[in-house]
Design a protein around this ligand. Structure first.
Ligand code: ZN
Ligand code: ZN
Length: 681
């Protein structure tokens, strides 16, 4: 940085009465540069200026923006292109030697085990070139391997240098087995205790013990030591959500959770999931893509006090001022000492061992705490939306429905021209969404799949894969947005030109599953896994199925995927409760040809009770209300396959779409919607 630019920035800062030095501001900007970029960012593009000061002059704003442009040009080693893994691997092995390690494990994880991993924690991508969303590498002195699941074997073979890394299938050749087969007696395998859960460490330790090797935590991650220009941890401003959006003050939420802690005799519990902290404190941020939370840790004490540990620069003075009194903010560096103090008092502390980093449990137990395994106590209350949150969700879905309807009408008009591509239409959909009130960003990368690309369940279009929307094909679009009052996730499959009889048959069977789930009534205590069959039965009848879950929970202006409930074939025993939101997304995929999915979000409700429910005791029957409002393509329906009741459901749904959205649309789109929502008989 030349001196004059420094002087200009210093001068502008001092003119504005800001206490940060130019150097401190440049350090903040490094964190901003490592935060989600235009795709995946939450909030307006320059909302980060708040990190420097509120109400800043346009001259200072301009200076900050150009400083950010400079910071974004620094090569952090994560760009694609040439694969430098050989040199990086050599550097890493040098560092392992210096730390007296025979090997090291590199998971794709951050300290919070979240779905999206910030840039500074993309160590696996930096080392191997692999950019999928799940994976793990193990580097030994003479050998290295990467483990990916079935979705990513092809991608890994394209991105990873196979002279340096063996590519293994996570399920067929698990890392545990590989460790037992490749580690020698007395070898020391290092791991970063911030990046593995306690449960994960137990499994790894077993694998090492089998061959007499030792699993050893490192003090400093050896990848960080050799990663030049490693991005800084992300820095985005924390904002407070008022009770007009959250429906409940933080203190009410904490009181209920604290009661649960008291009844177990716990002095406190550790919160490591950023969405739990966001929910408990009624705060939001934008540190990882598509998800409005701030990365931090917290300790919830049995007396309701909540101590948050994170980068204090994320809290503009306006948010600190409005935080509730018994929520305290502490620097991230104070987190482990605080755990140590709890341990030293011989306290009984609750920790979710399936998600908390190993260093947390180790610090507590080493200091003398007794640990109690628990499930993150915020998960279940967070999942059960209150009346204000449900109302917000409904309003967000009206705005989202307007955007989607305008998009579908536009698509109908422009697709026959033959020039539209997966990228151009996804951009148009985003543009319609961004015209809506309260939008903060997208809730996940849009899945925009034409023809065979629609059959790839986790498809993400790139300039290389981009296809035109061909005539007589299907187009699948799965998309969603983050609004201040709710989160959306919707899939519609559209006929471009004339669909084949087979496409109509499969689409109608998927729709039958969608309707069966949407109209289900079930006794209190029923879990999503018990309902899953409803969504698949019409496909099973002719020997077909889909290889993904049927539904996931959705946050209230939080993660688009949240637990603890879900609808899937296997293993979810969490009972569905009133207020929970869950997606309803059966599909059918014919590899190489087309993909079909119909997805709407449902809220669990207590429907009018039939008189016969007396037989069920005091437990009411539950059902669903569909929140998503967007037409389902009638051109894809084979009427002969639908029962009278299914037609009634569809007509009723379309009636609701038409009457709710119609008056809010321009005349032309309204007319289009009327036609798309006609009754079928
Ligand atoms: Zn979706
Ligand atoms: Zn979904």
């Amino acid at each position: 940085m030349d001196k004059s630019a420094n002087d200009v920035l210093s001068q502008l800062l001092s003119d504005a009465g800001i206490e940060y030095s130019a150097a401190a501001v440049r350090d903040i900007i490094k964190g901003v540069a490592a935060s989600p970029g235009s795709d995946g960012a939450i909030g307006p593009a320059d909302s980060w200026h708040q990190l420097v000061g509120l109400d800043i002059s346009s001259a200072l704003a301009g200076a900050l923006t150009s400083e950010l442009e400079i910071a974004l040009k620094i090569d952090d080693g994560l760009g694609d292109g040439s694969n430098p893994s050989k040199a990086r691997l050599a550097d890493l092995r040098g560092e392992l030697k210096a730390q007296s390690l025979d090997g090291f494990i590199i998971p794709l994880a951050d300290e919070h085990q979240g779905e999206y991993v910030p840039k500074n924690a993309q160590r696996l991508a930096w080392l191997t070139g692999f950019t999928g969303s799940a994976g793990l590498a193990i580097v030994l002195k003479k050998k290295a391997a990467i483990f990916v699941d079935g979705r990513y074997t092809l991608q890994a073979s394209e991105q990873v240098d196979e002279d340096q890394f063996e590519i293994n299938h996570l399920i067929d050749q698990p890392a545990d087995t590989w460790i037992s087969e490749n580690l020698k007696n007395e070898a020391v395998l290092g791991f970063d205790p911030w990046l593995h859960t306690s449960d994960g460490v137990v499994r790894l330790r077993k694998a090492c013990a089998k061959v007499g090797a030792k699993l050893s935590p490192v003090d400093a991650n050896p990848v960080d030591a050799v990663w030049h220009n490693q991005p800084h941890p992300p820095l985005t401003p924390v904002t407070l959500l008022g009770s007009d959006l959250t429906g409940r003050a933080s203190i009410e939420k904490r009181q209920n959770t604290a009661l649960a802690l008291q009844s177990e005799g716990l002095a406190a519990c550790v919160l490591t999931a950023p969405d739990s902290i966001a929910w408990a404190a009624n705060i939001r941020g934008g540190d990882v893509p598509y998800t409005p939370f701030s990365l931090s840790f917290a300790i919830l004490h049995a007396d309701c006090k909540l101590a948050i540990y994170g980068d204090l620069r994320k809290y503009p003075s306006s948010s600190i001022k409005d935080l509730e009194q018994d929520i305290s903010l502490h620097p991230r560096e104070d987190f482990l000492p605080a755990l140590h103090n709890l341990g030293a008092q011989k306290s009984k502390i609750g920790v979710d061992l399936s998600s908390a980093a190993e260093i947390i449990t180790k610090t507590l137990t080493d200091a003398g705490a007794s640990l109690q395994r628990l499930t993150d106590p915020c998960q279940l209350p967070k999942a059960k939306k209150n009346a204000v949150e449900l109302d917000g969700m409904k309003q967000a879905h009206v705005r989202d429905g307007i955007a989607l309807t305008r998009f579908l009408a536009w698509l109908d008009e422009t697709a026959p021209g033959g020039d539209q591509t997966e990228i151009s239409v996804a951009d148009q959909l985003e543009a319609f969404r961004r015209e809506g009130d309260k939008i903060q960003g997208l809730s996940f990368p849009t899945i925009s799949g034409s023809g065979p690309n629609g059959a790839i369940v986790h498809y993400r279009v790139t300039p290389e894969s981009n296809r035109k929307l061909d005539q007589n094909s299907l187009y699948l679009v799965d998309s969603g947005a983050q609004y201040l009052d709710g989160t959306t996730d919707v899939t519609r499959t559209i006929a471009i030109g004339t669909p084949s009889a087979e496409m109509k048959d499969r689409f109608t069977r998927v729709l039958k599953g969608h309707i069966a789930l949407a109209s289900a009534v079930f006794p209190m205590g029923t879990s999503g896994s018990q309902l899953d069959v409803l969504a698949r039965a019409a496909l099973w009848q002719i020997g077909l199925d889909y290889d993904h879950g049927t539904g996931h929970g959705v946050g209230s202006y939080l993660g688009v995927h949240e637990g603890p409930h879900r609808i899937s074939k296997i293993g979810n025993r969490i009972a569905l409760e009133p207020g929970m939101i869950v997606s309803n997304e059966p599909g059918y995929y014919k590899t190489g040809e087309y993909g079909i999915r119909i997805e709407s979000l449902l809220a669990v409700v207590v429907p009018p009770q039939p008189e016969t429910t007396e037989a069920m005791g005091a437990k009411p029957l539950l059902g669903f209300e569909t929140l998503t409002l967007a037409p389902i393509d009638l051109r894809l329906i084979e009427k002969a396959l639908l029962t009278r009741q299914e037609m009634d459901w569809l007509n009723g749904y379309h009636h609701r779409v038409r009457t709710t959205l119609g008056p809010l649309l321009d005349k032309k789109t309204q007319k289009w919607l009327e036609l798309k929502c006609v009754d079928i008989n």
